[in-house]
Design a protein. Structure first.
Length: 499
């Protein structure tokens, strides 16, 4: 598998229809499912890889709670190394917390309960952890226990953070560094980053990794813990981790998600997935010897499951299908359409000359947030400079690619995101269009988040209103139980005037 993505095979050779893959992509467009990347590997042969322009399969992507499956994998490696056991009591690894005032049931939480999100808490602990001032383990142990540990599923990103801190305590290394040696290097994964809380990786979120590398994780599980002939996990661990340990009470999607393993969701019976918000999935189908990886920007990522069943799972055969040059070329044409750069119709406004070099003071309508905004304009190109920190280069005819830190928040940002991501430089592609003489729209694709953002500028005499809308209006909100459950949130609206 070292050369996995160096050669792509004809889908019919592994029992999958090229036309079905093309129809899958076309229906994603028809229902406005914002698929960013698709990978399909069967019998260790890559048969499809496509990314929607301007996204690229080689770029790292913020994968949200897919991070959890990597954290679970780290626990599996630690078990293999004899560093801990899933039946160990979590409190034994946090001696500084033993004398805290906590429910008796909190003292009985085991590592396996963290893995299956059955710690007994009534709500996710991560909200209190992120909003609190005490050490996160103390907050985790002192939250009210509602159920007997091991009996009820309650999604709990705070519990996954505890798994990450466990790895730090038993290895003396942060989770990412431990995995770099024991997982990423054997999987030939060279470029990852992971957010931290203090010196501990967040575990439940914050991993940036390329879609291709997600597929490698799926192949590791497909092959029962072996990759390129190297045993990374025990076969027993893969069996236990992917087993549907607990009911989630999730309805719909023909059973996709009704049970949960070790930070792994059940698909339809017999298959499973790593699952991140907004449609980040690495799906493993052992009976079909297949891995499907998708990244997306979807408030309801599960809309893709019926399409996978309709076009891929229901049409797959054990034996190769007859080759058909027309069918294969049809699939390639659809993929090429997805990846071809878009050319936009030029647009202009009489305001362009007036705006050149002008600076606005912006104030949020709903908070104390303030910014300065300067326009630099030349022919078809514009620069949007915010606080002299964030610069977006744009064209009205093509997407321009660049990198920037941010002042106005990008869509991946939330109270869960730590300083490592807040301060990093993000890749983007941007274009703009004058809708009329006084209305300008800037569209930004943040390539490493999978998200898009629209900035709408409304000019009136010497004033400006800026409305920032994220491509998916579902983000984390820490007012209650949050995790990857998407909630509606308002546009960011700023009013400004010439300096």
């Amino acid at each position: 598998m070292t050369q996995l993505f160096n050669k792509f095979y004809i889908p019919e050779d592994v029992g999958i229809s090229s036309v079905a893959i093309a129809q899958f992509l076309k229906e994603c467009d028809e229902i406005n499912y914002k698929l960013r990347t698709l990978h399909i590997v069967r019998h260790d042969k890559a048969i499809a890889e496509v990314s929607k322009y301007p996204f690229c399969a080689l770029d790292k992507r913020l994968v949200y709670s897919v991070s959890k499956t990597f954290t679970s994998t780290a626990i599996g490696i630690a078990v293999k190394e004899g560093l801990l056991r899933v039946d160990d009591f979590v409190l034994d690894y946090f001696p500084e917390c033993r004398d805290l005032d906590m429910d008796d049931a909190a003292r009985t939480i085991k590592i396996c309960h963290l893995l299956t999100m059955s710690t007994g808490h009534g709500v996710d602990t991560v909200g209190d952890m992120c909003n609190g001032i005490r050490p996160w383990p103390e907050i985790f142990f002192t939250r009210k226990i509602v159920y007997e540990p091991g009996t009820h599923f309650v999604y709990n990103s705070g519990g996954t953070y505890m798994l990450s801190e466990l790895i730090s305590r038993v290895t003396g290394m942060c989770l990412k560094d431990w995995l770099q040696t024991h997982l990423f290097n054997p999987l030939e994964i060279t470029d990852v980053s992971w957010d931290k809380h203090g010196d501990v990786n967040t575990g439940a979120w914050g991993l940036l990794i390329a879609p291709r590398d997600l597929t490698k994780l799926g192949l590791l599980y497909l092959h029962k813990g072996v990759y390129n002939g190297i045993r990374i996990l025990t076969e027993e661990w893969v069996t236990e981790a992917s087993y549907p340990h607990i009911s989630t009470n999730v309805q719909g999607c023909a059973g996709w998600g009704r049970h949960y393993g070790y930070q792994i969701w059940e698909n339809s019976p017999g298959s499973y997935r790593a699952d991140g918000a907004f449609g980040q999935y690495c799906m493993v189908f052992p009976k079909m010897d297949m891995v499907i990886t998708t990244t997306a920007e979807e408030t309801d990522g599960s809309r893709i499951f019926p399409l996978i069943e309709k076009y891929i799972l229901n049409n797959i055969t054990e034996q190769p299908k007859p080759r058909d040059a027309w069918c294969y070329q049809y699939m390639k044409n659809v993929m090429n359409q997805w990846e071809t750069p878009v050319v936009y119709s030029p647009s202009a406004s009489y305001l362009m000359h007036m705006l050149q070099g002008k600076e606005f003071d912006l104030r949020s309508r709903t908070s104390d947030e303030k910014h300065t905004l300067r326009f630099e304009i030349g022919n078809s190109r514009m620069e949007f400079v915010i606080d002299e920190i964030q610069t977006i280069h744009s064209s009205c005819t093509v997407d321009l690619f660049g990198e920037t830190t941010y002042a106005i928040e990008i869509p991946s940002n939330s109270p869960l995101i730590g300083d490592e991501q807040r301060n990093r430089i993000w890749k983007y592609a941007a274009h703009h269009s004058w809708v009329d003489q006084s209305t300008l729209i800037l569209t930004i694709c943040w390539q490493e988040t999978g998200h898009s953002q629209t900035w709408k500028f409304y000019f009136h005499e010497n004033t400006l209103t800026l409305i920032v809308t994220d491509g998916t209006k579902g983000m984390f909100e820490l007012s209650g139980a949050v995790s990857d459950r998407n909630v509606r949130f308002a546009d960011m609206i700023f009013d400004g005037a010439f300096r």
